[in-house]
Design a protein. Sequence first.
Length: 301
Amino acid sequence: MKIAMMARSPSLYSHRRLKEAAEARGHQLDIINTLRCYMNIASRRPEMYYNGEKLEGYDAVIPRIGASVTFYGLAVLRQFEMMGVYPLNESVAIGRSRDKLRSMQLLARDGIGLPVTTFAHDPKQTDEVLKLAGGAPIVIKLLEGTQGLGVVLADTDRSATSVVEAFRASGTLILLQEFIKESGGTDIRAIVVGGKVIAAMKRTGAEGDFRSNLHRGGSAQVIKLSPEERSTAVRAAKSMGLNVCGVDMLRANHGPVVMEVNSSPGLEGVENATGLDVAGKIIEYLENSAAKGNTKTKGKG
């Protein structure tokens, strides 16, 4: 196969591993800087150009779209889709997962375990939404935050109110979420490929940090998921419509709750923790699935 990978940093571990895995299996994989693509949006003749050359002949595209370029990245991916190139993850599905509020609403609709989550626009309703979420301690999240940035733990109702009011004053949209104390600063990331959990790890935050992101000093180790956790991860991926994703969960007293579904999960932590060839599994999925028109949403929102 001839595969395009939309990525701005070819040297990142995940991108290098995907390229190595593809080439080891006899495929050609070209890493294309998403922001250097430009499009001719012509009726029935969609075209894509990159560094002055027309992009054509690709069988599949792997979108690794950074959060800061989501809007343009999804436009480029849609153009690939219009050209009949099979996407590892579809633009509609990525758009769902990148919208924290929408993703929570979709997961709730499908009966998937979530922390109590509240959202309001009017700052006069701060006390009410705090109460709905169970009060302090409470997690406050920016809708646009990623990788642990824009996430605050407020220990008291007064500090929570101050943080909420500060964010609202700047016109920033936020979610308030129940703090799952019993998780003890750890979470689970399950990697789902083609409707199956192929790898899982437990992440533990750095000393004194309730966030467990590895790049913020956290650590990871292999973990065995319960049947309920495995089912939750698979159903969360299905809710988003993602073929490949990382599902982040916490172990609450009442069962697993989903914190986020990541459409471009990093591979370094999970491959090092588990010793599994996750990149190879992703390329294998493309081999078995890539075909023109073999998509789930066909452009539906």
